[in-house]
Design a protein around this ligand. Structure first.
Ligand SMILES: NC(=O)c1ccc[n+]([C@@H]2O[C@H](COP(=O)([O-])OP(=O)(O)OC[C@H]3O[C@@H](n4cnc5c(N)ncnc54)[C@H](OP(=O)(O)O)[C@@H]3O)[C@@H](O)[C@H]2O)c1
Length: 277
């Protein structure tokens, strides 16, 4: 299989409106290029308008809109969603890919930063937009294999003493558990929820890690990783018509670190009901 061959198996997305967060860097930017290749209409929700405008200019593709959106406060999330819904009465898919692995001790809505952006931000987005969506919509949540790293039941997610990487892992564990709950309980009948993981790839997300972890990470990543172009294929698979409510899409390689997308059963030991009350 090659990326080109994989792409040829995904249907054309002309007339599909796809909302994307985190489309200005790394996996999201690579995925955006695939959407352009498939002729989708893309609405980018971004915190840095100038950066997005430069990307759009470079892509030289007419069907991209940009809306300001910052996942680090509930007010800013609501503002972005209001602006989106003012302009578009219906969209086909919403890809919640934006994420951070920050060492800041700043709190977001009372929560540690990365947990605030990656879990509470995503959750607030869904809880705010879902009741307002009247037509059939697919919401795709970007998880991570690190969600399986911290299954210690005594974790207090509001403790602000986490190391950067641990906090990130916990944020991803929470957002995966939350998505699983939405899949199981289906509280919004017209919304299909899909969970994806990209495996591991080198992007700017690790910029805040301690240098030791960064070094170990680099060695690990350069031994086992796949390119960002491959890592973003799970998102492309997720917007295709094959992915339905409850699909969990991960890379097919060893420990789901790398490889082309495959559908998998959600691991039961990652369900942390008490985190997602
Ligand atoms: N890289 C990996 O190996 C890996 C593995 C598993 C999961 N993931 C997940 O994949 C997703 C994309 O990560 P990446 O590796 O591509 O990282 P990245 O290159 O750092 O991209 C992160 C994206 O999220 C946006 N973002 C961050 N904080 C935001 C906020 N407060 N409001 C709005 N947008 C915000 C960034 O915007 P700016 O351009 O303005 O900074 C950027 O577009 C994340 O959810 C990450 O957790 C990555």
């Amino acid at each position: 299989m090659t990326v080109k061959k994989f792409l040829s198996k995904i249907e054309d997305l002309t007339n599909k409106k796809i909302v994307l967060t985190g489309g200005t860097s790394g996996i999201g930017l690579s995925f955006l290029k695939y959407l352009v290749n498939k002729n989708a209409y893309v609405i980018l929700l971004v915190r840095n308008i100038k950066k997005a405008e430069n990307i759009v200019k470079e892509l030289n593709y007419p069907h991209i809109d940009i809306i300001e959106y910052d996942q680090s406060s509930y007010k800013a999330i609501e503002k972005g969603i209001d602006a989106l819904l003012d302009k578009y009465s219906n969209v086909d898919s919403i890809v919640l890919n934006a994420g951070a692995m920050s060492r800041t001790k700043d709190l977001i809505e009372g929560h540690p930063y990365s947990i605030g952006v990656n879990y509470f931000g995503v959750r607030h987005f869904i809880e705010y937009i879902a009741p307002k969506l009247t037509s059939k919509t697919k919401i795709i949540v970007q998880g991570s294999l690190v969600a399986g790293f911290h299954l210690n039941k005594k974790t207090n997610i509001d403790s602000n003493n986490f190391k950067t990487f641990k906090e990130y892992n916990i944020s991803k564990m929470c957002v995966e558990a939350y998505t699983y709950k939405l899949i199981k309980e289906k509280p919004y009948p017209n919304i299909d929820f899909v969970l994806t993981e990209p495996g591991i790839t080198s992007t700017s997300i690790t910029r805040d890690l301690d240098s030791f972890l960064k070094h170990v990470g680099k060695v690990f990543v350069s031994t086992f990783f796949h390119s960002v172009n491959k890592a973003s294929l799970t998102l492309l698979e997720a917007v295709s018509s094959k992915a339905v409510h409850g699909s969990y899409i991960v890379p097919r390689g060893l420990f789901t670190i790398s490889g082309y997308p495959k559908y998998k059963k959600f691991p039961k030991n990652r369900i942390r009901e008490y985190l997602v009350k």
